[in-house]
Design a protein around this ligand. Structure first.
Ligand code: IMP
Ligand code: MG
Length: 176
């Protein structure tokens, strides 16, 4: 690691805040919420986040593949595993680890919107402010960060480092 960007205590505090923001929006939905985590990067965030939500909800996972090992943008985003739940008429919240170029979130949002959910919002733990397109906003954002490659708390480099409890900047020589 180069350095810790966001340590576990800050992450925990912010996740609890996002939980309250989400509860303010969905807490009164009688038929509950469908949370769609984008695997695998969002798993640690998801596990912590849903335990802050004191209302009815279901999880339906989706897997997309984007980087295929490299850290740089490139290669098409592909669905690897689609939802098994019918989201027509349901309130849906997409949860992802990071909003970088926005390609992933744009594709997932477009796909799910076609299925007629009652509402569709997005939640990302991290957003790279310098790179995220201006026309693509996430409804809930944990932290705005610099344009460095980060790992830990679910985020990986070539499948590694997801288990690091803090979010750290990867040493550039490891991936350039
Ligand atoms: P986007 O489609 O360019 O917005 O990329 C989003 C996906 O790329 C995320 O779901 C991550 O899996 C991955 N990604 C983007 N930036 C990083 C990073 O700094 N560290 C780890 N994964 C990243
Ligand atoms: Mg990912």
């Amino acid at each position: 690691m180069d350095r810790i960007l966001i340590d576990r205590d800050r992450i925990r505090g912010r996740v609890e805040e996002i939980g309250r923001e989400i509860t303010a929006v969905y807490g009164d939905c009688l038929d509950g919420l469908v949370i769609v985590p984008v695997l695998a990067g969002s798993i640690i965030f998801l596990a912590d986040l849903i335990r802050t939500l004191p209302f009815k909800m279901k999880i339906s996972v989706m897997t997309v593949s984007r980087y295929r090992g490299a850290t740089t943008t490139g290669g098409a985003t592909q669905f690897v595993h689609d939802l098994t739940l019918d989201i027509k008429g349901r309130h849906v919240l997409i949860v992802d680890d990071i909003l970088d170029s926005g390609t992933t979130l744009r594709m997932v949002t477009a796909q799910l919107r076609e299925r007629g959910p009652a509402s569709l919002r997005t939640c990302v733990l991290l957003r790279k402010t310098a790179r995220a397109p201006k026309d693509l906003t996430a409804d809930f954002v944990g932290f705005d960060i610099e344009d460095s490659f980060v790992v830990g708390y679910g985020l990986d480099y070539d499948g590694h480092y997801r288990n690091w409890p803090d979010i750290a900047v990867l040493r550039p020589e490891l991936y350039q």
